[in-house]
Write a protein that binds this ligand. Structure first.
Ligand SMILES: Cc1cc2nc3c(=O)[nH]c(=O)nc-3n(C[C@H](O)[C@H](O)[C@H](O)COP(=O)(O)OP(=O)(O)OC[C@H]3O[C@@H](n4cnc5c(N)ncnc54)[C@H](O)[C@@H]3O)c2cc1C
Length: 356
């Protein structure tokens, strides 16, 4: 059900609407909540750290820290739990028929995940997935991107007795990174007795083999389809991404920014880069909203330093610009806490606090 929650009184001043409460949108909202009148529009009442969901599937209590109510970090702003469906020159229109006025606008709709809108229902979903895994003898994971590989890694480590198959229609795993790192991940999975079927597409009626339990991890589409019915249509590139200038403003617009995976910036689509973009856009918005000069705006410089794909609780495979590493060292960086404490801290929350 779509609804809205208002937290404590907002400061007044210029109004800012942020569409999308994912990695970038949540950080931006948290950073600017005491600068202007901030409204966050998201279909869910919570921000979910995307790369922590796979751990929550095998250990549901992990989600207590990684599924965070927007109202917990946005204490001086407004959360509208609904989907943005259109934009006019001065307003954002939502699926539940609101028209939210803005002076400044940020599009941060990254990827679409059709997860429940209430946090409690999302936690129940993890619990139910966990029960399905426990009850199954054989498990099929469909999709060899980061979600499929990381989920297979979690299951292989926590449930080594299960008969686990990973099916991927492409010629190799992890096509978003180099073949060396992907090859190392493949060897790791095989060494944990995971059957990996490459070049095989999954047909739900006639899938490969019979499994007691199946997880579909087949990629998350860029959530820009809704923009095609708005004036920003002409700002989308051929891949459905918003074209931005060096200050992260949508090209041709003075008061509209875009951050995160929705942008056309040429770099790997990663959460830590979405966070860097959010901080640059926050600095620029702070400047503009307080009447500063455009010429003083920060410039975003793209750089992809690393990508780490976790393989269960201890191991990971990392690709840096100069080398590829697998094992405990990259595992120490990502796989233990999956950056959950760090992400919470960035939002001004207690890193290790679990509220239930
Ligand atoms: C399995 C996996 C592992 C990963 N591991 C890492 C890692 O180790 N390190 C790393 O840096 N990155 C990692 N990533 C990538 C990272 O998750 C993304 O780059 C990041 O989430 C992008 O952030 P974003 O804010 O642009 O979009 P998202 O986090 O996708 O957020 C988009 C938000 O917009 C909302 N939305 C969509 N449409 C609308 C609409 N019409 N109206 C309102 N709201 C809308 C969505 O519901 C969502 O809340 C991983 C991704 C996956 C899937």
């Amino acid at each position: 059900m779509d609804s809205s929650t208002s937290a404590k009184p907002i400061t007044g001043g210029k109004s800012l609407v942020i569409i999308g409460g994912g990695v970038a949108g949540s950080l931006l909202a948290s950073s600017l909540q005491f600068i202007g009148d901030v409204t966050l529009v998201d279909p869910k009442e919570y921000f979910e750290i995307p790369w922590a969901s796979l751990r929550s599937t095998v250990e549901p209590s992990f989600a207590a820290r990684s599924v965070i109510r927007h109202a917990d970090y946005l204490t001086n702003g407004r959360v509208v739990v609904s989907r943005a469906v259109a934009i006019t020159e001065h307003r954002v229109l939502t699926a539940d028929d609101r028209a939210i006025p803005y002076d400044y606008l940020v599009i941060a709709t990254g990827h679409d995940d059709r997860t429940p809108s209430r946090r409690i229902d999302r936690l129940k979903q993890f619990e139910s997935d966990h029960q399905r895994i426990k009850a199954a003898k054989s498990i099929l994971v469909v999709g060899g991107g980061p979600s499929g590989v990381e989920l297979a890694g979690e299951i292989a480590v926590d449930f080594p007795e299960k008969q686990l198959t990973l099916v991927h229609e492409g010629p190799r795993l992890l096509e978003f990174i180099g073949p060396k790192a992907a090859g190392k991940a493949l060897e790791w999975l095989k060494s944990r007795r995971v059957e990996v079927c490459l070049g095989r597409s999954f047909d739900s009626d006639n899938g490969p083999g019979e499994a007691d339990c199946t997880f579909l991890c087949t990629g998350r589409p860029v959530a820009s389809g809704w923009l095609k019915a708005t004036s920003l249509k002409s700002s989308l590139d051929g891949n459905g991404r918003l074209m931005v200038d060096e200050h992260l403003r949508v090209k041709g617009y003075k008061n509209t920014f875009a951050v995160g995976d929705i942008t056309d910036i040429r770099e790997m689509k990663q959460g830590y880069l979405a966070q860097r973009q959010a901080l640059v856009a926050a600095a620029n918005l702070k400047l503009l909203m307080s009447g500063g000069k455009e010429s003083k705006m920060d410039v975003y410089k793209s750089k992809s330093i690393k990508t780490i794909v976790s393989l269960g609780r201890k191991d990971a495979v990392a690709q840096y610009s100069f080398t590829t590493v697998i094992g405990l060292v990259p595992g120490l960086i990502k796989s233990k806490d999956l950056y959950v404490g760090k992400t919470r801290k960035l939002l001004g929350l207690e890193p290790h606090f679990a509220y239930e």
